[in-house]
Structure formats: C-alpha cells, structure tokens
Ligand binder design. Structure first.
Ligand SMILES: Cc1ncc(COP(=O)(O)O)c(C=O)c1O
Length: 498
C-alpha cells in the first residue's frame, strides 16, 4: 500500500549546507514536531522510506535512520504494514504570537504549585558576593590566605589517585573527620570521636539533617526568637511546628510550663553567641536545658557558628561538652573560619545516635568534594588553620573596637549595643520610631547591608528593632563614614515616619 507524503513534511526544503548529519537532524526535528503538534495524528501511516526520500530529494538511508531513531524514541511504531505514528499524550500548547512569542494574557497565570510547607519561608535579601559594607555573617574575604590554601589543594590533588575520584565515605573523609574531632575537643571542649563527626555542606545541611533524622512531620521544634533565619527555613522545610522562644541577656529563655505546654522534639539554640543578640547562655540555663531535654526525650541542636572568634575573657566551652552523654547535636561551619563558598560544615552526633544512624546516613549522603575535604584536613593539621584563626581573631577584635568607637561618636540617635564579645557582628537596638527595615532598605542604596533586627524575629516585639552590623568583611577605616551615613538614614527614617 502506498501512503502519500503529508504536506507538513514538504512545506520547506531541507537545508543541505551542513551535510548528511544535519539533513538527518532536520528531518528528525520536522517529524517530531509534526507528531507532538498533532499535525501527524496518532495512527497516521507514514510514507515508505523510498517515497519520502524521493519527495524530499534526500537519500533513502537518511530517512531510514530517522524512522529508526523515532521508533527507538517511541514516536513511531513500525509494523508489518509500514510505520505508524504512536498514540502520545501531548503537553498543553502555549498560545504563541505570529512572532513565536508566548501570548501574554491580561490576567497572570496562577503560579506553579509548590509544597505547602514552603509557604512560611520568607524571602530574604539576596545574599550576593558579600561585598556590601556591614553585611553580617561574612568573614574578611580579602584576608584569607589563598596561596596557602592553594598549596593544600595542590597537595591533596597530588596525593590523589584514581580511588579518590569515587564517591568516598558518605560521612566525610576520615582524615578530615579526625582533624575536626581533634580541633573541637581542644578549641571548644567538645567530647567526640571522629566516628561521631559527619561532614556536611555547611551548617545549613547539618540543620536540615538534624530535622530529617530525628523528627516526623508535625513534630514541634523550639527556635530562638529573634534567631537565625536559616534554622527556621530548615525546620519549615521538614514540616515541623515551629514554636518561637524568646531570648534575653542569658540566651534562650525557657519556662518550666513550656515543657508541658508544647513539648519539643528538637530545640535549636546558639548558646555560645546567640544570633543575632550576642547573648551567652548562662551555665545554669545550659544545665537546666540539658536536664529537661533528657527528661522529655528532646534533642538540642547547638549551632556554634562563630565562637572561635572570642574577643574578651576566657573561651566559652561548648554546651555539648558540659556533661557526658548530653542530648546535644553539635553543628559547626567553616563558612566563617575559612570562607562561605567552601560549603563545608559538620555535625557531631551523640555517640549512641552516631551508631544508630550509620545505615540511614550511608544511604542519604553520597560523599564527594573529597579533594577539598582532604585539603582542609591538611590545612588544619599543618597549622595553617590555627594561624589564620589567630590572625582573624585579632583583626575582628580591632574591627569590633573601631566600630564601637564609630557608633559612640557618630550614631546620633538613641541606641544600645548588644553583645560584641565574640564573632563578627554587633547588634544595635533602636527606639521604635527608627524603623529598622526602612533604615536597612535605605542603607542598601548606599552600598551597605546591615540587617534589620526585626527580620530575625518570628513574633517581633518592640525590643526587636535595630540593626545587625557585620564588621567581618569591612575595613575599620570605613566605619566612621559608614556610621555617619547610617545615622543620617536613621534620622530620615524617623522623620518620614512622623
Ligand atoms: C547562626 C548561624 N549558623 C550558621 C551559619 C552558617 O551557615 P553555613 O555553614 O550553611 O554557611 C550562619 C551563617 O551566617 C549563621 O549566622
């Protein structure tokens, strides 16, 4: 039986300029579009390869190759009588203008549906390259010893063989896990063996893992309020019920009645340097929290994100090391001590959990980033990490003092400074008429990115108005001018509000 050649396949000549391979591709595309666009309806018989080749003036081999490919892709069904178009469910077609652009409807289409659990996740200002002055959370990028890091990477690559190109241990390179365990026990008083350490993609992955490994959807998590927005995001993404817990000068503030009213499965805290207020959780509160968590079967996530940089007094040890077998998952990051794009952090599991979670972690994680991990282990063991920390501690201390001086001289609005004994930021509280969100938005237009204190709060109170000023990546000589400008912006914000 001969089948005529459908007009849709003859509409335009095929271009011969790029040779037979291109002819094949053009014919394949033409047939495919005709099938997907329903010009060739399901069940339509196609002409034989000889007839189509003659009609298009191309070789029969080209047509046969295209039919074979379309049959392998499932668009055509060869049978004893020839070749038919397969029955396919076609995607809805977007209306297009004569120029081929999608038609704009007057009413915008409904946004695509995404998981309901993501709806409470607020949009945040885009974290770009961290160059804006006073942006919290960014370390002194220009001071990082890149040459030394490159040498560590070179050594790691030099020692690498084919086996290090495989996935690697899902929990991280054993050498790095050993280095982290040693560093934490000396620098932070954390009680752990390398087997308890899981290398993660920054603290953020560690927080997400805590939620994924220890909770079921709908479980309750207590989070500090105001607190780290990334922690809230991780908890929302795990479908947890978030209970905001106020923070005062002694850190996370829990009343006896809270344990009965909304018993948590997880508690997120930054005991050594509350983010963003800078409060240090008192020993009494730490011990009480541990004891109550033990009693109620809750786990505490201790996010120890920047306490390597302590500026005054003795180092404050980690809560994890306070008592043996504490129900604490210790989370840390190299985003501050090294640099954020490294995306390496860690989770220290309590001993019993580490054993229990070996198998699920082995299935959930894939290892990888092995050369960076090996280089980081080398960087720590060679002493380069310790030297860098020492230099940065001195630098941040100087910047912190200089920022305080600039604030006391040039911030001409009533204010109170919180914390400042650790890390890379100061929190400046302002009276309510100096609306922090307005000041922060205006500051962005002047190359500054202080964060509005209210943006860290889940249930903002009158107290949660102020600015979180990062001094990690801003040289001290700029503070005077920056604070003068902030002062003007604060006064303008208050005047506009009247
Ligand atoms: C409280 C707190 N935890 C953790 C982190 C670090 O997260 P990551 O390691 O994912 O960069 C930050 C970053 O700013 C932070 O402020």
């Amino acid at each position: 039986m001969t089948t005529h050649v459908p007009q849709a396949l003859l509409d335009a000549p095929l271009s011969r300029e790029r040779g037979p391979a291109s002819l094949q591709r053009q014919l394949h595309d033409r047939l495919k579009h005709a099938i997907l666009g329903a010009t060739l309806a399901p069940g339509t018989r196609l002409p034989g390869s000889r007839a189509l080749a003659e009609a298009l003036g191309i070789s029969r081999n080209t047509v046969t190759a295209v039919y074979d490919l379309l049959a392998a892709e499932g668009y055509l069904l060869p049978d004893r009588q020839g070749t038919r178009v397969a029955a396919l469910t076609r995607p809805a077609r977007t209306a297009r203008t004569a120029q081929g652009k999608p038609v704009q409807h007057a009413a915008p289409a409904a946004p695509p549906a995404i998981a309901r659990r993501l709806s409470p996740i607020q949009s945040e200002p885009a974290q770009t390259d961290g160059d804006a002055a006073l942006r919290p959370g960014v370390p002194a990028l220009a001071q990082f010893p890149l040459a030394e890091w490159r040498r560590a990477l070179d050594r790691a690559m030099g020692r690498a063989g084919p086996s290090t190109l495989g996935y690697g241990n899902p929990l991280g390179e054993p050498a790095l896990r050993r280095s982290i365990a040693r560093h934490l026990s000396v620098a932070r008083g954390v009680r752990c063996e390398a087997e308890q350490v899981v290398v993660t993609e920054g603290a953020m992955e560690a927080l997400a893992l805590c939620a994924r490994l220890l909770t079921n959807p709908g479980d309750t998590v207590w989070v500090e309020d105001p607190g780290y927005r990334g922690a809230r995001t991780a908890m929302h993404a795990a479908d947890l019920q978030i209970v905001p817990m106020r923070v005062d000068a002694e850190g996370l503030c829990v009343r006896e009645s809270d344990w009965a009213a909304r018993p948590p499965r997880l508690i997120y805290a930054t005991p050594s340097h509350q983010y963003p207020s800078g409060a240090v959780m008192s020993a009494a509160r730490r011990l009480d929290l541990i004891a109550q968590a033990q009693r109620h079967g809750a786990w505490i996530i201790e996010d120890d994100y920047d306490s390597e940089f302590r500026h005054a007094g003795e180092p404050i040890g980690a809560m994890q090391g306070l008592v043996a077998q504490a129900p604490v998952l210790y989370v840390g990051t190299f985003s501050k001590t090294m640099f954020p794009s490294l995306r390496l952090g860690f989770l220290v599991l309590p001993e019993a959990l580490a054993a229990r979670l070996q198998a699920p972690l082995g299935q959930l994680l894939r290892g990888g980033h092995r050369h960076e991990q090996l280089a980081l282990g080398d960087f720590i063991e060679s002493g380069a990490f310790g030297r860098h920390l020492g230099r940065m501690r001195r630098l941040y201390r100087e910047r912190q003092v200089a920022l305080r001086e600039a604030l006391s001289r040039h911030l001409r609005v009533p204010h109170a400074i919180d914390g400042g004994h650790c890390g890379m930021h100061l929190t400046v509280r302002l009276p309510g008429e100096y609306t922090d969100a307005r000041i922060a938005a205006a500051a962005l237009r002047h190359g500054m990115a202080p964060a509005a204190l209210s943006s860290f709060a889940l249930q903002p109170s009158a107290d949660d108005n102020g600015l979180v000023l990062g001094y990690g990546n801003t040289p001290a000589e700029r503070f005077e001018a920056l604070v003068k400008k902030l002062s003007q912006l604060a006064r303008a914000a208050a005047a506009d509000a009247v």
